[in-house]
Design a binder for this molecule. Structure first.
Ligand code: ADP
Ligand code: ASP
Ligand code: MG
Length: 453
């Protein structure tokens, strides 16, 4: 059971979480929590602006956790928690000072990972203590001792086998003896013991890794909305919750920006066929979304409209390379060397367009590409993507997509290789309009989605 930031944002939210876990204790849960509320953003914020702003940010991290502890825990447990809290905040202060004394303090590095890890170190201790206060035999585990990754600051790939081994060795005996392990998501270590993270929003991935490693019946992602919805409800007021999704659909949706799931969440679940349920901690009785390997072939053709902002479009042009073999290999070799993933690609005989979402390496990539092609990079783009298994079988989806995008300059389009998505690139300032227009086309004009004809 993974609880996101809003689900553990304060005493009332944590109290609700304790009740949710308590009511499911017979299913032998393992609990993973994110940092409280906006803690991770605050930890990042303490690297920008003057020293006083840094102090204010850390003080509000402390305030939030200390107030929750006072409301949730008895005097003794609150005292124990507050001394852990102060120890963690001393680490945070030291790390922030060290980072601030360098140029570009927010650039990925081990100290930054260690600083961001403070949020989950705090929240996991607090939730474990709150569960104990409510009579559950919770055991706090330090996720950094369990999750092993490669050595890449800012979001590292997990070493599956050692992580699986550690989780089974440490968490499984606790579960088997009737205890409830509680740990932070997102945080990990590399094989040398240096702190790492799984990247922003990575607690979902921690949860699915743990679920797969421990052979869970189900991975539950508890968040602040009624499951996966037809669109981001903060953008489209009429978005609806989806009762059922296939793993393919959920993977595409997460990959192309549906923030409700971290892009890697579905990987362990897909490999081991473990169902994932997305639920609302504010409304535990709501049905939420069940994600299964092969969802029955029914329901709406299009399931959701998702988006990803801050995309950089790179156009590569070379008449010299016209029809030459090896051109694409050469291009992708550049991206590989700069360790930059490519999200979307489209090609013509003399040009290739692709998108990336990491600005850090773009200048170096452009310099390398310019040695054999004309290159242009444009920032301020967004990817919008329409996802649904039915897209594979249903003619006319692309036509309806284009109809919805009338008047918008589409820079690139792709029918995803899995054929469960149609994605395209637009200017960021057209994003909201595009998402709303597509949502209205597929979900509002014809009642509950578009039925397969
Ligand atoms: P958590 O802190 O629980 O991990 P996140 O903020 O990471 O929560 O993800 C939940 C948010 O994702 C929702 O509040 C919603 O605004 C956003 N979101 C974006 N796309 C979708 C979608 N298709 N369905 C549901 N929520 C979405
Ligand atoms: N706390 C981390 C973040 O805000 C990880 C997570 O919430 O999943 O990105
Ligand atoms: Mg999240």
């Amino acid at each position: 059971m993974k609880f996101g930031g809003t689900s553990v944002a304060g005493p009332d939210a944590i109290d609700r979480v304790c009740r949710i876990i308590g009511a499911r204790a017979a299913r032998r849960p393992v609990v993973i929590v994110s940092a409280m509320g906006k803690t991770t953003d605050l930890l990042l914020a303490c690297l920008a602006g003057p020293t006083s702003a840094c102090r204010t940010a850390l003080a509000s991290v402390r305030d939030c956790a200390a107030k929750a502890a006072e409301a949730l825990l008895g005097e003794r447990a609150a005292g124990d928690f507050l001394s852990s809290l102060d120890r963690i905040l001393r680490d945070a202060t030291e790390l922030a000072e060290r980072l601030r004394s360098r140029g570009r303090p927010q650039a990925p590095c081990t100290d930054l990972d260690a600083l961001l890890a403070c949020g989950e170190r705090i929240s996991s201790r607090l939730v474990a203590a709150a569960l104990q206060r409510r009579g559950l035999d919770a055991a706090h585990l330090d996720a950094r001792e369990l999750f092993v990754t490669e050595s890449r600051p800012g979001g590292a790939a997990v070493d599956i086998e050692p992580t699986r081994g550690r989780l089974r060795e440490v968490a499984l005996p606790l579960v088997e003896s009737g205890r409830v392990p509680v740990m932070g998501g997102f945080i990990a270590r590399d094989s040398t013991g240096a702190p790492t993270t799984l990247g922003r929003g990575g607690s979902d991935y921690s949860a699915s890794l743990a679920g797969a490693a421990l052979g869970a019946q189900e991975v539950q992602i508890w968040t602040d909305v009624d499951g996966v919805m037809t669109a981001d409800p903060s953008l489209v007021a009429s978005a609806r919750s989806l009762p059922l999704l296939s793993m393919r659909e959920a993977s595409e949706l997460a990959y192309f920006g549906g923030r409700v799931l971290h892009p890697a969440t579905m990987l362990p679940a897909v490999r081991d066929g473990i169902p994932v349920r997305v639920l609302n901690s504010m409304r535990p009785e709501a049905r939420g979304t069940l994600i299964v390997k092969d969802a029955p072939d029914s329901g709406p053709v299009v399931k959701a409209v998702v988006y990803k902002e801050s995309i950089i479009l790179i156009d590569i042009h070379s008449t010299r390379m016209l029809m030459a073999h090896g051109f694409l290999a050469r291009i992708f070799d550049v991206f590989d060397r700069h360790e930059t993933p490519v999200d979307m690609v489209s090609t013509s005989e003399v040009s290739v367009s692709l998108t990336v979402d990491r600005p850090e390496a773009v200048n170096a990539i452009l310099a390398d590409l310019q040695s054999f092609a004309q290159v242009q990079a444009t920032t301020g783009k967004a990817i919008v993507c329409v996802v649904g298994e039915g897209i594979r079988y249903t003619p006319g989806i692309a036509a309806r997509v284009f109809q919805a995008l009338r008047g918008v300059r589409v820079r690139m389009i792709s029918l995803g290789a899995s054929r469960v998505n149609v994605g395209f690139v637009v200017d960021e300032h057209h994003l909201k309009g595009c998402v709303r227009s597509l949502h209205s086309t597929f979900f509002e004009r014809e009642g509950p989605g578009v039925s397969r004809g």
